[in-house]
Ligand binder design. Structure first.
Ligand SMILES: Cc1cc2nc3c(=O)[nH]c(=O)nc-3n(C[C@H](O)[C@H](O)[C@H](O)COP(=O)(O)OP(=O)(O)OC[C@H]3O[C@@H](n4cnc5c(N)ncnc54)[C@H](O)[C@@H]3O)c2cc1C
Length: 627
């Protein structure tokens, strides 16, 4: 029977007593500015709880709606969607060598490189619309009874085996030893103790099938499919699919094989080539949500199999070309994801923010946000500041931004736009029309990372599960966050202790047969229209259904919820089914990133690649274009 919101614990107040017990914080070396306790002592995640009074506060502890949080996007939407003008700015008479738009990894790298290129005395201002730096590299911090729990609100992995020497050298300059980080890592995205969870709303009853992963072909556990609450024929077809060793490509010519691998959607491959009925195909529909932000019907069979979806075992010799490259699976990771890189960059740009921080302790180092924007500092990071106009003017660049409802103007010799490319045509009218069209082509994939702090990990422990794929729910995956005890952070694995759980995925677009860019825009709009309570109800329902049989009480055992919604998430990389190859230099991202006077253009969009490597490399390139 469906539980009421009250039974699930929505709208509950969490008492201050339940939360921060200051002594533990000191022990952890954390310096929480006033206001943080207030943040966390409210409901397990509230938008109003996100403030720290009128002061700078300490944003990583804010719960509730994060990522694209209220207050961060309205100005940009007024500019881009309603064509609002921001005339007559107040001239602050602040002159910089460089103004950087965007405090994500790319913007922070641009500031770092700028000072290398133009000298450490350069004066740099970094502007960002969010209340924290890092962009997608977002730190989520929870505190309970003196314990610190970290999770990542966006950018997580360092897929370092594919990093260029430039990026590896850059990370080494920050003191990051990716090999060491990787060796310390014991987090497997739920693959070590996998499960699939069928929910009552979709499948008529809550069913957890542990020890089975939809992603891997493990013939030893095929009988687990018998437990799936789907029709007998769907179960039989699934078992046959995983067990088969047929070579579907036998007898096919080169063009036919090419078509099957790159021009056939994964869902079409499953139904037409692998013979799965619709009901079985449907089970895979959310399997690429968190990894791609696009569902398998819009991905080629190769792209989906590269994301570890099964099927390559039916492709004979071509299997090696498509199956997820085992080598590239290796990752390094900080406990707060690549937010640690953002923190190391900010620490390098503004040493007083965290005098004792270094790569070896960055996960728990104290950060004093009041140092971010100090009048005499050479580098200033100004948050909650949305840039609305950028213009080359008499050999300088004039930058207008909106902060607290005021239109403000600063000036610099150079500007680096390290923001999403889709906003650039609106804030920089002098960009040539062809370039604006290329920038508009960059429609990012909406992504969702919801972190929930549980009172303890006993439920997961009892079930013997570290992660579950949920084919019927909004968040495709639920993952226990454990095993990232690096960079000064020690969470351990005692199931009696509080543990973060990550809900990972996207808000799927309405099921309509429309081009990919429209799908992404529709999904983004659906995501933006959802309230915090919608997400809260979702995670409570899932945890209640999945862990309820172990004695878990959703009303009592959920301590905090942080929703990181990213309507502008992954940079759009070209997709087999939707894009054709371009002549060198003519791909939209290559046109989009051309410098305009003293304005250079960075961001991972500039490489059409949703990766930290791209964010760093494009910043280095952009700064190199400034003269
Ligand atoms: C959920 C999620 C998970 C990811 N996981 C990984 C991963 O595991 N590994 C990986 O390599 N990559 C991952 N990525 C990709 C990620 O996008 C890049 O790695 C990288 O963090 C992008 O950095 P960036 O600086 O280019 O862009 P962003 O992080 O988007 O930073 C740009 C900043 O500019 C701001 N901005 C935009 N417009 C304006 C304006 N007008 N005025 C002021 N500021 C503005 C934005 O709000 C943002 O804060 C993930 C992305 C998401 C969304």
């Amino acid at each position: 029977m469906t539980k009421t919101d009250r039974e699930l614990g929505l709208f509950r107040q969490i008492t201050r007593r339940d939360f921060i017990h200051g002594a533990g914080l000191t022990a952890l070396g954390l310096m929480l500015p006033s206001g943080c306790g207030r943040d966390s002592s409210r409901r397990p995640g509230t938008e109003s709880g996100a403030g720290a009074g009128g002061g700078v506060g300490y944003p990583p502890t804010r719960t509730g709606m994060r990522g694209s949080h209220p207050g961060s996007f309205e100005t940009a939407h007024a500019l881009a969607r309603q064509g609002m003008r921001f005339d007559d700015p107040i001239d602050l008479a602040e002159n910089y060598d460089a103004v950087i738009v965007g405090a994500g990894i790319s913007g922070l790298t641009a500031a770092y490189e700028y000072r290398k290129e133009f000298g450490p005395k350069s004066r740099v201002l970094i502007l960002d619309n969010h209340d924290d730096f890092g962009g997608h590299a977002k730190r989520n911090e929870f505190h309970h009874s003196g314990d610190l729990r970290l999770s990542w609100g966006g950018t997580m992995n360092l897929e370092y085996l594919s990093f260029s020497d430039t990026v590896l050298e850059f990370l080494a300059e920050l003191g990051i030893d990716v090999d060491a980080l990787s060796k310390e890592l014991d987090f497997h995205y739920g693959d070590d103790k996998p499960a699939i969870w069928f929910d009552a709303e979709t499948y008529g009853g809550d069913v957890l099938v542990s020890g089975f992963s939809m992603y891997s072909r493990n013939l030893d556990v095929l009988e687990k499919i018998d437990l799936f609450p789907v029709s007998e024929s769907a179960r039989a077809a699934l078992k046959k699919f995983y067990a088969s060793d047929a070579d579907l490509l036998q007898g096919m010519g080169g063009p036919e094989i090419e078509h099957l691998l790159h021009r056939t959607s994964y869902t079409e491959f499953l139904s037409r080539n692998a013979g799965l009925p619709d009901e079985a195909v449907e089970l895979f529909m959310k399997a690429t949500d968190g990894y791609w932000g696009v569902q398998p019907h819009s991905l080629s069979s190769t792209e989906a199999m590269n994301a570890w979806l099964p099927g390559s075992h039916l492709l004979g010799d071509a299997a090696r070309r498509v199956a997820g490259n085992i080598e590239s699976e290796a990752v390094a990771m900080f406990p707060d994801g690549n937010a640690s890189i953002a923190r190391l960059l900010v620490r390098s740009l503004i040493p007083s923010i965290a005098p004792n921080a270094e790569a070896s302790n960055i996960a728990t180092a104290s950060f004093d946000y009041s140092q971010l924007d100090r009048a005499l500092a050479r580098v200033r990071v100004r948050l909650e500041s949305t840039v609305v106009h950028v213009k080359n003017e008499n050999g300088h660049v004039a930058v207008t931004y909106v902060k607290s409802g005021e239109n403000l103007r600063v000036q610099a010799k150079h500007c680096v736009l390290a923001c999403s490319h889709s906003i650039i045509p609106h804030l920089c009218p002098e960009v040539p029309e062809e370039q604006k069209a290329a920038q508009r082509n960059q429609v990012k994939h909406p992504m969702l990372v919801t972190n929930v702090l549980l009172r303890n990990g006993k439920g997961f422990d009892q079930l013997g599960v570290s992660g579950a794929y949920c084919p019927g729910r909004m968040h495709a995956k639920v993952l226990l966050i454990q095993g990232v005890d690096t960079a000064g952070y020690q969470q351990g694995s005692d199931p009696e202790n509080p543990v973060p759980v990550m809900f990972w995925g996207m808000v799927a677009p309405p099921r309509r047969d429309v081009p990919i860019h429209e799908q992404l825009r529709e999904a983004r709009q659906v995501m933006l229209e959802m309230s915090f309570e919608d997400f809260e109800r979702e995670v409570r329902t899932v945890l209640d259904g999945m862990l309820g049989p172990t004695g878990f009480d959703a009303a009592e055992d959920i301590l905090a919820i942080t929703v990181n919604r990213w309507p502008h998430g992954y940079s759009y990389g070209y997709l087999d089914l939707w894009d054709s190859p371009w002549e060198t230099g003519q791909a939209p991202h290559e046109i989009a990133r051309r410098s305009v006077g003293n304005i250079a253009i960075a961001n991972s969009d500039a490489a059409a690649s949703a990766s930290t490597q791209a964010a760093i490399e494009e910043a280095i390139r952009a700064v190199g274009e400034l003269t």
